[in-house]
Every structure is written in C-alpha cells, then in structure tokens.
Design a binder for this molecule. Sequence first.
Ligand code: ZN
Length: 343
Amino acid sequence: MQFRHDHLNEFKRHSQRGRCLHFDSGSRCNKIISAHSIQKSGQLALIVEDGHVYRLSADASTLKKSNGTPQLRRIGVNRASTFLGFCKNHDNALFDQIDNYPLNSNKEQVALYAYRCICREYFVKENAVNVIDGMFHHVELSSEQREFLRLIRIGHSRGFAGLQHHKKIYDATLQAKDYDSFEFTYFISKSPCSLQLSGLLYPDFDFLGERLQDLGDWSSPLDLITFFTAPLQEGWAFGFAWHTSSNRTCIPFVQSLATLVSDNGCLEDALLRLSLSCCENHAIRISWWDSLAAEHQIGALKRMHLMTHPTLTVPNRYLVSGCEKMANWTFEHLYTTLPSTAA
Ligand SMILES: [Zn+2]
C-alpha cells in the first residue's frame, strides 16, 4: 500500500513539473502553460456534455477500488488531455495552424499534429522514468517490489530512448520546415464524434495479425507512428502520420488496414480497436459510453487494462478483431500520401 501511495505522489510531483519541449526551447521559455494535447475549441467541443468528458483513469486509487482494472472517470473539459510540455509563446506560435484552422490535407498541419503527439508522450514517459528512478533511491522496497520496478523501468527506458531518437528527427524536420518528410493517411467523417485522442505506437502487429517489428529487439530504433483526431471544416478526421524514416513499418501497417477493409472488415471498428488498445490519452463522450451495452464496456476496459498493464503480453491478433458494433460513426473518405492505399 505504501508502495502505491508513494508512487502516486511521486508521479504527481513529476507530472506537475513543466518544461518546454519545443525544438527551439531555451532560457526564454519561462511561462509553461497547461497545453491541451487534444485541441479544446475544435475537438473537445465536439464531445463535451455539461462541461465534462470521460477520461481513462489508471492511477493507484482507481485501481485499488476496481481490483486492478482501469476505469473511465468524468472530468471537466479544461483538464482533459492537458500537459505541461510547452511555454506559452512556443505553444501559441507553433500550433497556430492546427489550433486555429481546420485540417485541410496540408502537410505542415499533419506534421504539427504528429509533433504534438510525440511531445506529449515524451513528457509522460520522461516523467515515468524519473518517478521510478526516484523510488529506487528514496523509497524502501522489498526485493519483490524492487524486481517489479526494475522490469517496469526497462520497458519505460526503452520506450523513452525510442522517443528521444524520434523526437530528434521531428525537431530537426520541423526546424527546417521540411514537412514533405511526413507521410499521412486520414479518414474523414461527418457523423457525430464520440472519441477524441492523440497518441503514438511502435507498431508490433498489423491489422491482419502479421508481425511488423519485434518490440523485444532494441538493437536499432523501432519505427513509430502517431495517430490523432482533428477537426475539419465540416466534420472530423482520424489520422495517422509518421516521418519517412519509419516508412518500412508504417506503410505496411496502414496498408494492412486497407486490406482488412477491402476484405469486408469494418474501418470504424478497426480504428476503435486501435484507439482503445494503443492509447491512454482519450476524451470520450459521456452519453455515448453510458449507452453502450455492459459487455461492450467490459470488453473495452479489458483492452485498456491490457494496454496499461506493465507485464501482460498483448496477443498477436489484438488489432484483427474486437470492439465490433460499438462505434456509431462512419468514415466517408480518406486522404493519403500513399499512392497504392485504397480503402
Ligand atoms: Zn518554449
């Protein structure tokens, strides 16, 4: 118990420590703001009800009450998806194109969405590594707890080392305004949206269950894809974006989604599966979730449990099936930089 309590307090302390992750950050970054990783006016506004949304909660007090399964918690929209990862000046200047304009298949906007995904994850992962290091040094641990923490630390450190590698690439690309070095595919919908997110993934298995890269082999950096929702002039989009240095994995990953759909798979189900299995930075419409059948809610929470659990193994076919008949939105078109992808 003491273990979890300390962990929670350490985590809070670190996650409240702001710093600017902008590629040009420096001594002038003195006013760190609570920035939304999911845009508030265009995106969260689409799903907010009575000033609130649901967010995944997997902190110690939630897990204690729910026997280890993460839960959705109602939170005020001003607190949804925020992180202390940019100073005010850099946040306003850098993200102007996506915070104040709808997405319109412009590569600069896509690059900015991808950058915000990676910076948010970088912020969270760096905090996690620092928290664990702090616990090793400052908290009395049993040998069992020490071993458990050591395993978790290995996972977080590898993930963070990968993010450092990719953030350097993203930093240099954005600094040079070389937006053509980003590839993207996004799907557009005019139906009501009930889920907004911003996340990233080292793709391990594709939507057909084929292995793309071995997450146990960190001898060279793993390829990385970002995904996000975005407001459009009319409707909203679910997008994937990646730097061309990750083409080897990301192109077949997105193509497997096209193959799944052409083989009568459901695109909406597949993207919801990905959203619940590979992302913990969601905002969810309260009335949509509350209207789901109990077995759907339980299935979704199980997926989120698998994702947040440090030692459970994810099955190879986790993106092939599951989460059917939950999404009540439809995608009508896609935009892609890939010449041969058609859904
Ligand atoms: Zn700054």
